[in-house]
Write a protein that binds this ligand. Structure first.
Ligand SMILES: Nc1ncnc2c1ncn2[C@@H]1O[C@H](COP(=O)(O)OP(=O)(O)OP(=O)(O)O)[C@@H](O)[C@H]1O
Ligand SMILES: [Mg+2]
Length: 355
């Protein structure tokens, strides 16, 4: 089968994830994988705020590692990215763009004059009036896309696509769960990418991207809560967060005096409880729109390593929950490294399949 060599980049608030892979149909083989620190102040809400520093860092890194990225996909997430689900009549492919363009003003809350937009046909739907398409339309401000294009140019990359991370993760689930979907007891999967600045929630139903939501809570907010409550610096708070995580013993098992771990765990819970309030609203929204429940939750992102998060979420929502760290359709030259990095690489791996 025809294969392509692709570099995928996921530039997060805390970490930049880079993979170089050979992609063939539903399968990918990762040849190189890197995770590097994002310089402070370079990314804000998914937007590149210091393109020069970022390009400089990447160019130095590529040189040191004797790596020349060519065909590249970049995946990002940002609240500035707006998506809408639209139903349009099933028309010939060349007419879809025009048909959507006419419907944009009724569907988007802002004028898209200064945005770039694209669409993806998600499914065909039979209605009383004939066949329709359900399309996902996505738009970002022009300056936003331009910054990524400039970065690609400054790093000598041939930018194949700029992909929204929820779309990337949905694509990975689709490819990975493709064979399992007929038999698995779960049809509707929710992926939660626990990043540093936010948590990206994506729902995939029967292999189709359905909805996404960016919850404005991430690892950074947990660290800040610990810093404030425990009166420690950022480094100290990160260590406490990683070492202690969520204490999930029952109330009656708690030691009466407020030990440090109980206090840290309480800080973490307080942030998660706030986040879950948002999440519950999203569940309700999804339920009312689709009239179906979430069957299964997959956790990704660096923050998913928070001790006991999997069990805490499962207990809260009573939905089977699993850390998403094994991809059946992805292999790597360095298998050990892939299993260590897997949680961080979900978006970049997904973007490989979405170019
Ligand atoms: N063992 C651990 N326990 C808890 N949190 C952890 C652990 N290891 C890493 N993290 C957290 O993971 C986060 C970084 O994850 P990730 O690289 O996915 O974020 P990002 O993609 O840079 O952020 P964003 O997507 O929000 O822009 C940090 O907040 C870090 O503290
Ligand atoms: Mg991220």
């Amino acid at each position: 089968m025809f294969s392509k060599k692709i570099t995928a980049l996921d530039i997060g608030t805390s970490n930049i994830k880079i993979i170089y892979a050979v992609v063939s149909g539903r399968q990918a083989r990762i040849k190189k994988q890197f995770i590097i620190d994002t310089p402070d102040g370079c990314i804000l809400n998914g937007r590149i705020t210091d393109a020069v520093a970022l390009a400089d860092l990447l160019n130095k890194f590529f040189k040191q590692n004797h790596f020349e990225p060519r065909d590249t996909v970049i995946t990002f997430s940002s609240a500035s990215f707006i998506t809408r689900d639209m139903i349009i009549p099933k028309v010939p492919v060349k007419e879809i763009h025009g048909m959507i363009e006419m419907e944009l003003p009724q569907n988007f809350p802002v004028s898209l004059d200064n945005h770039v937009w694209d669409y993806k046909v998600i499914e065909e739907i039979q209605s009383a009036n004939g066949m329709n398409y359900r399309v996902l339309v996505a738009a970002v401000p022009q300056y936003f896309a331009a910054e990524y294009m400039q970065l690609a140019m400054a790093c000598n990359m041939n930018l194949l696509s700029l992909d929204f991370s929820c779309n990337s993760v949905a694509e990975l689930i689709k490819q990975d769960y493709y064979k399992k979907l007929d038999t698995a007891p779960y049809q509707t999967i929710m992926a939660m990418d626990f990043g540093s600045s936010s948590t990206k929630v994506t729902i995939v139903s029967k292999g189709m991207f359905m909805f996404h939501r960016i919850l404005p809570f991430g690892g950074m907010h947990i660290t800040q809560a610990i810093m404030k409550h425990m009166n420690v610096d950022e480094q100290g708070a990160e260590i406490l967060k990683k070492e202690i995580g969520i204490d999930i013993v029952g109330e009656d098992e708690l030691i009466p005096e407020m030990s440090q771990s109980i206090q840290v765990s309480d800080c973490i819970r307080a942030v998660l409880i706030e986040m879950f309030e948002d999440l519950s609203r999203f569940f309700d929204y999804y339920n009312s729109r689709q009239n179906e429940n979430i069957d299964f939750v997959l956790l990704t992102g660096g923050g998913a390593q928070l001790k006991n998060l999997e069990q805490y979420l499962e207990n809260t929502y009573n939905i089977p929950t699993k850390i998403y760290a094994v991809y059946s359709n992805v292999k790597a030259t360095d298998t050990q490294k892939l299993s260590e990095n897997a949680l961080y690489l979900t978006n970049s791996i997904g973007a490989l399949f979405n170019k």
